[in-house]
Ligand binder design. Structure first.
Ligand code: CMX
Length: 435
């Protein structure tokens, strides 16, 4: 696998730089932090080194410096008018360089080969769960069950040099990413299609194969799946799924344990489960209003009622972003291009017209604009993937690309165990300046 050689060349000087920064500039003060920051989710506190992507509050996400529109131009595609292949963004996040067609083909083939071997106990474990267990429970259980295959643990027990930790991490990450579409599709077919499974097609790309195994093998859905896998892949290092993966990985837990931690976080309604919750919110609204096509005035009243009842409007707001999420915009553009008349897309557009004002009127929401989850479910539903509980699993398959390349880099940099300081309440009270 020539990518490993490439990675060593790229990473070695960077790892030396990290070492030098710690050794020679370790006392440099980076920023001041406030009481509020610590007590409201550590927002804005720089506490992590992550190079795969960076989130600008106004502009949105950039992957190794490239925005989503730029990546749509620059990453390899199967067809010129199609969507970039997620293999390409993986290569970019991993090496910091744009891939060639050959690189992307190489990763596709690597993953197709590695996906051939999933031990049968993983499927037995899934089958042992009730069919109505949420797909995220099944997904995460399968991820943990696959950790019997961890190459990291085996190498660690043999007694590997610290400098080499990245190597079995890379191997584990490549194995895990290659297998996630099979696990996701298996759960989807088990829960929603009577266990009528569809074998993988190793000639397909990673995302195309996922659509195929789910039973949605039209070119349109494959194209949508490539876009979905691209845009959900990473959102810098501090979001719950990325941070949890990094944190658990810092104990040298293997990639399966680490990624599983991230997926437990993704399953929360304030993070990745929001994409499913948006659909529940839209459908409940339609039911309560008694119309398939509610007016903007009706939507506004319903949104106000949601707030008045002390609930959040899923798909809106963000911990970092302060503008419309470009991941929302790119999906809406896709929908407006291919399916402008789809009822759910029309509804998403109407909601977008009224909800930001409703949130602004609360006077407390820092970002009233839609995030990635405000449209993704409506888009999938409109293309025939209408089983909402699978949406967070699809988010998770995509998120593996970013959080696991970061995990490889954590080991390349030689980052130590993470251990921030905590203090009891009295410590904070004592910090208040005396009058
Ligand atoms: N609906 C109603 N209230 C909202 C809101 C929304 N969409 N977004 C923020 N608020 C509220 C917060 O609950 C908070 O209220 P309290 O002060 O009463 O506790 C207040 O506004 C201030 O919050 P904030 O600083 O603007 O937002 P946070 O950084 O605390 O939270 C987020 C960010 C995403 C959790 C929040 O906006 C939210 O709950 N959104 C809805 C869920 C969602 O779409 N999550 C997906 C995010 C993207 C992803 O990870 O996939």
């Amino acid at each position: 696998d020539y990518i490993k050689q490439k990675l060593i060349e790229v990473a070695l000087p960077k790892a030396e730089m990290v070492h030098k920064l710690v050794k020679e500039h370790g006392n440099t003060v980076l920023q001041e932090i406030t009481m509020q920051q610590v007590l409201t989710g550590m927002k804005g506190i720089v506490g992590l080194l992550t190079c795969t992507s960076k989130l600008d509050p106004q502009e949105g996400i950039r992957f190794r410096g490239y925005s989503i529109p730029e990546l749509k131009q620059k990453l390899p595609k199967i067809k010129e008018d199609g969507e970039p292949l997620p293999e390409g963004i993986f290569y970019l996040m991993l090496t910091g360089e744009l891939p060639t067609n050959k690189d992307v083909k190489h990763i596709s083939e690597q993953w197709a080969t590695r996906a051939q071997v999933i031990p049968s106990h993983v499927f037995d474990v899934i089958e042992a769960l009730p069919k109505d267990a949420h797909p995220m429970i099944q997904f995460n259980t399968a991820i943990l069950a696959m950790s019997t295959e961890s190459q990291f643990r085996k190498a660690y027990l043999i007694g590997m040099d610290k400098k080499d930790y990245w190597d079995p991490t890379y191997e584990g990450v490549m194995d895990l990413i290659s297998r996630l579409p099979i696990i996701a599709a298996y759960i989807y077919r088990r829960v929603f299609h009577k266990g009528d499974h569809i074998p993988q097609d190793p000639s397909l790309d990673w995302a195309g194969n996922l659509a195929h195994m789910m039973g949605h093998s039209s070119e349109e859905v494959k194209r949508l799946m490539r876009l979905y896998m691209l845009i959900h892949s990473d959102h810098e290092g501090g979001n719950v799924s990325a941070h949890a993966t990094h944190l658990v990985g810092s104990a040298l837990s293997n990639p399966y344990y680490s990624f599983s931690a991230g997926m437990n976080g993704l399953a929360g309604p304030l993070h990745g489960m929001a994409n499913q919750d948006v659909m529940h919110w839209l459908n409940k609204m339609k039911r309560e209003i008694g119309s398939e096509d509610p007016t903007e005035a009706q939507i506004k009243a319903y949104a106000e009622e949601t707030i008045a009842n002390g609930r959040v409007i899923p798909g809106y707001g963000h911990a970092v972003l302060r503008k419309t999420d470009p991941r929302f915009q790119v999906q809406l553009d896709f929908a407006n291009k291919y399916i402008p008349d789809a009822p759910y897309i029309k509804l998403v557009n109407k909601v977008y017209n009224v909800v930001p004002d409703v949130l602004l009127n609360t006077g407390k929401v820092k970002n009233p604009w839609p995030n990635v989850d405000a449209v993704s479910g409506s888009l999938l539903t409109s293309f025939g993937i209408a089983e909402y509980p699978i949406y967070t699993v699809l988010f998770g398959v995509s998120r593996s690309l970013g959080v696991l390349t970061s995990l490889i880099w954590d080991r390349l940099y030689g980052l130590p165990i993470e251990r921030p300081k905590s203090e009891p309440l009295q410590w904070f009270i004592d910090r208040v300046p005396k009058q």
